[in-house]
Ligand binder design. Structure first.
Ligand code: RTP
Length: 153
């Protein structure tokens, strides 16, 4: 139902993606697809924010390890806008377990372990809004419209 709607999603390059030098590669995939980058920053995630972000997973056996992983080094926080961007980003990212992720997806091409799967993407438009609100401060997200080829005039 949401595929024709302009949406926002929160995409995050996890600490392994940063440390492996995959920041440019991952950003490129979203840019080339045609989505609009409206928020971008590098950030050392505090414990409390990691816990809030992953609160729905707090009963899982891997929760503690997940919090340690996400806070183990800086992440790259991004907000992306576009038609159907939430579901489409999940396709670009691929399955949670990188060994199950299709070749051509970010995880399928660039990762091996579920516990080091390089990137996060919101799973619904509501969570997209919620997570952008969680990770970005007022004024850090930019709404912009491209100029009409002024470099040709
Ligand atoms: P994400 O939120 O990062 O986009 O991941 P997802 O929806 O594909 O997966 P989810 O089930 O929400 O899990 C969130 C993150 O927790 C880590 N995880 N570890 N069995 C495990 O060790 C395990 N399962 C999940 C992954 O980093 C996953 O992306």
């Amino acid at each position: 139902a949401s595929m024709n709607q302009v949406e926002e999603t929160y995409i995050m390059i996890k600490p392994d993606g940063v440390q492996r030098g995959l920041v440019g590669e991952i950003i490129s995939r979203f840019e080339k697809k045609g989505f609009k980058l409206i928020g971008l920053k590098m950030y050392q995630c505090p414990q409390e924010l990691a816990e809030e972000h992953y609160k729905d997973l707090s009963s899982k056996s891997f929760y503690q390890k997940l919090i340690e992983y996400i806070t183990s080094g800086p992440v790259v926080c991004m907000a992306w806008e576009g038609v159907g961007v939430v579901a489409s980003s999940r396709k670009l990212i691929g399955a949670t377990d990188p060994l199950q992720a299709e070749p051509g997806t970010i995880r399928g091409d660039l990762a091996v372990q579920t516990g080091r799967n390089v990137v996060h993407g919101s799973d619904s438009p509501d969570n997209g809004k919620r997570e952008i609100g969680l990770w970005f401060k007022e004024g850090e997200v930019c709404q912009w419209t491209p100029a009409q080829a002024p470099w040709l005039r």
